[in-house]
Design a protein around this ligand. Sequence first.
Ligand code: SF4
Length: 404
Amino acid sequence: MQSSRPVGEGGPSPQGWVGEGGTSEPLAVYIHWPFCRSKCPYCDFNSHVRDGVDTVRWTRALVRDLEHQAELTTGRAVGSVFFGGGTPSLMPPETAAALLDRVRLHWAVVPDAEITLEANPNSAEAGRFRAFAAAGVNRLSLGVQALDPAALCFLGRAHDRDEAIAAIEHSREIFPRFSFDLIYARPGQTVAAWRNELDEALTLAGEHLSVYQLTIELGTAFATLARRGELVPPEEDSTAALFEITQDRLAAAGLPAYEISNHARPGAECRHNLAYWRYQDYVGIGPGAHGRLTRAGTKFATQQYRLPEKWLAAAEAKGSGIEEIAPIDRETAIEEMLMMGLRLVEGVSRARLECAARGDAEALFGSNLAPLIEGGFLILDAAHLAATSAGRQRLNAVLGALLS
Ligand code: SF4
């Protein structure tokens, strides 16, 4: 059982935790804006619909939380900042500017730092892209999700096809780097229809595309429909065929997969997300955000209050919305490293894995490893443990077999 200590509620002072030696890798900084115009029926993110968000209060509270976390990570450099949500393009650009000013004030920022904003393609939000770029955002990630009007309607998106295409063109003009997301494996979607949609996406894409398989998450409107039999997800065979066509089509167009759902021209991968998948350190600011920070060779998990109102009250009262900081035991750290790293085509660095395990990889997995290698799901060489394409398609089962 991990021990944990709530911040500001009688545990050791956070100050005692500072300066005990982290790692020299740059930090990734995640900032969560938890509000959306409406709730999409497939979404289980920490996103909420609220009337009249007090953006002045929220800006002040996010800045305080950021400053608190800068104190916990003194001496670290920052390599990337990611505004996620929710819908951070609903945030005033001045909020992004204030937060980025504080990032530069409290941390050394690497010269080519990647600063990403997630945005929805509604014309109202697209009209503010220039202001976000002026605030320092240099990469946009657009939630397009589909180019087919009926699919946009099914997915409950608040934009139409024309707005999506206009927002892609607009972001190409404004941001040095941009990406957009698509969702496939929608009910009734055929391979031929998806191939056409992907081909159109490729005519619009820049250096990066995120292509997610629709999953029915507990607690969502789609889960209710599926339970009633009113939404029937595609069969496994049909999903596998859609996955394979996605991999082949995008690789042939120069955007090979570097992660299960992410494709990029080599060198154009999302550096912020790579930090998660490589199990490097990151700071999580805002409601529900997680962090992973290394101190004196031990990983710590930080967890923020999830509900926006609760988070805001804590940030205003205590100067931080962190609910808990807890050390991660070695076994859990290895599991997390594998769960994240095996999503990547490059896999997990063998040196990193063996350092965390304090032993060699073969001994770590015992007799579980060989059948997965022989079955064509994993590869282990001198540098990496990686899942094959077949392994990435059924990663939960592979992880279950590896770690049982
Ligand atoms: S816009 Fe994004 S975060 Fe908001 S509800 Fe829809 S999918 Fe979820």
